[in-house]
Design a protein around this ligand. Structure first.
Ligand SMILES: [Zn+2]
Length: 345
C-alpha cells in the first residue's frame, strides 16, 4: 500500500485523502465551533491551521517538523521513515509531502505521544496508507470514544478504525529505526493518561510530548486522567534519565535543553505549592485566582495557550479532591460543567 501511495502520491493527496478527511469531518466539526467566546482549543487550532510548516534537520537522520500542531519528529532508516506524532487532520497532505521531500522514504510507522488532535490528526491519512500506528494503550481507548477537555473547550473522537493505534504497550516499549534505539516509556498519568516519553539513543534526544511546551504553562487534561502531581512526577523522571547534553523536544515551541526543563519544573512546583495551600485553607477557585499565584511567572510562561489565570484554575481543579472540575465559565461544549469522574468514562 505504501509503495502504491508513493507511486501515486499526488493522486492520493488530491483525491483520496480529502475524501477520507470529509468522512471524518463529523469528528473535526465537533470542536471547530465559531463564536465570539473563543476557547483555548479554538485559538490553538487557528494557530495550527495558519502557521507555516518549518523543518529543522537535527541530525543526518532526524528531522523536526513544526507549525501544524504538535512538534513532529521523523527518524529516517535505511528504507523507511518513522514518524512521531501526525499534526492536525487538515494539514496531513502538506505534512506528508514535506516529510517525503526531507527524508525521500515512505513513512511506515507512526508513534502518538498522546491522543490529542494535534498529535493524532494525521492518523487517518497515514493509517489509511497501511502505516503501523503505535501508542500507549490508553491512547487507543481515548480515540474510540468521544472525549471532552475541560478548560480547553474541545470535544473530540470517536476516530475511524484506520486512525487507531495498531500496536500498543502498557509501561514501556523498545523499537529500532536506522541507527537509533527508541525507548518509549510512560511514567503514569501526567498531561493525559496515555503519555509516551521517547528517548532516542545514541542521538541523546528526548521527545516529551505535551508534558512540556517551551515556554508555556501546560495544559493538563483533567478529563483524560491528567494531574499536576503526575505532570511533575513525569518531568522528574525525564530529568533523572537525561544529561546536560540531551536535546529536549517539547510538545510545542522550540527545541529545549535540560536546563529549560529544570526551570519549568521549578515553576510547576512553586505554583502548585501556592495553590495547594489555598485549596487546603478552603478557598474557592475564584478566591484562589484572585491571589494571582502565578504572577511572578506570567512574563515568561504566560504567553502560550494558557494565561496564568486559566493555569491556576486547572491546578485548583487538579488539587481539589472533591471530584468536580470547576470552571469560571462552564458550558456543555467545553465539558467544564461535567465532573472529572464522568469525563474519565
Ligand atoms: Zn496535548
Amino acid at each position: 500500500m505504501m509503495a502504491f501511495i508513493q507511486e501515486h502520491k499526488w493522486k492520493f493527496a488530491q483525491i483520496i485523502a480529502p475524501l477520507l478527511l470529509a468522512a471524518w469531518g463529523t469528528v473535526y466539526g465537533a470542536f471547530a465551533q465559531t463564536g465570539s467566546n473563543e476557547t483555548v482549543g479554538q485559538k490553538a487550532i487557528k494557530q495550527f491551521e495558519t502557521t507555516p510548516l518549518q523543518v529543522v534537520n537535527l541530525d543526518d537522520h532526524i528531522f523536526l517538523f513544526s507549525g501544524d500542531g504538535e512538534n513532529i519528529v521523523a527518524v529516517v532508516g535505511q528504507g523507511d521513515t518513522l514518524l512521531i506524532d501526525s499534526g492536525i487532520a487538515t494539514r496531513s497532505t502538506e505534512l506528508s509531502e514535506a516529510i517525503y521531500k526531507a527524508t525521500a522514504r515512505p513513512v511506515t510507522r507512526l508513534i502518538n505521544t498522546h491522543w490529542h488532535l494535534d498529535s493524532t490528526g494525521g492518523n487517518a491519512y497515514f493509517g489509511s496508507g497501511g502505516v503501523t500506528i503505535i501508542a500507549q494503550e490508553n491512547v487507543k481507548k481515548r480515540l474510540t470514544s468521544v472525549q471532552s477537555m475541560p478548560f480547553v473547550g474541545i470535544r473530540d473522537g470517536h476516530y475511524p478504525d484506520m486512525a487507531l493505534p495498531t500496536q500498543t504497550y502498557s509501561s514501556s516499549l523498545t523499537l529500532h529505526q536506522g541507527s537509533q534505539q527508541l525507548n518509549l516509556v510512560t511514567y503514569g498519568s501526567a498531561h493525559t493518561d496515555g503519555d509516551s516519553i521517547i528517548y532516542l539513543d545514541p542521538a541523546n534526544i528526548v521527545i516529551v510530548g505535551d508534558i512540556f511546551s517551551n515556554p508555556f504553562y501546560p495544559v493538563i487534561d483533567l478529563g483524560s486522567g491528567g494531574s499536576i502531581d503526575g505532570l511533575i512526577h513525569s518531568v522528574d523522571e525525564v530529568l533523572a534519565h537525561t544529561n546536560e547534553q540531551t536535546k529536549v523536544i517539547p510538545g510545542h515551541g522550540p527545541l529545549a535543553t535540560r536546563a529549560d526543563l529544570r526551570a519549568y519544573r521549578e515553576m510547576l512546583v512553586h505554583v502548585r505549592e501556592r495553590v495547594q495551600e489555598l485549596v487546603a485553607a478552603g478557598r474557592t477557585m475564584n478566591q484562589t485566582v484572585a491571589t494571582a499565584p502565578t504572577s511572578e511567572f506570567d512574563a515568561k510562561w504566560g504567553n502560550g495557550y494558557l494565561s496564568g489565570k486559566v493555569f491556576t484554575e486547572i491546578l485548583y481543579s487538579s488539587l481539589n479532591k472533591k471530584g468536580t472540575v470547576e470552571c469560571s465559565h462552564p458550558s456543555p461544549s467545553s465539558g467544564c460543567a461535567a465532573s472529572s469522574a464522568e469525563l474519565s468514562k
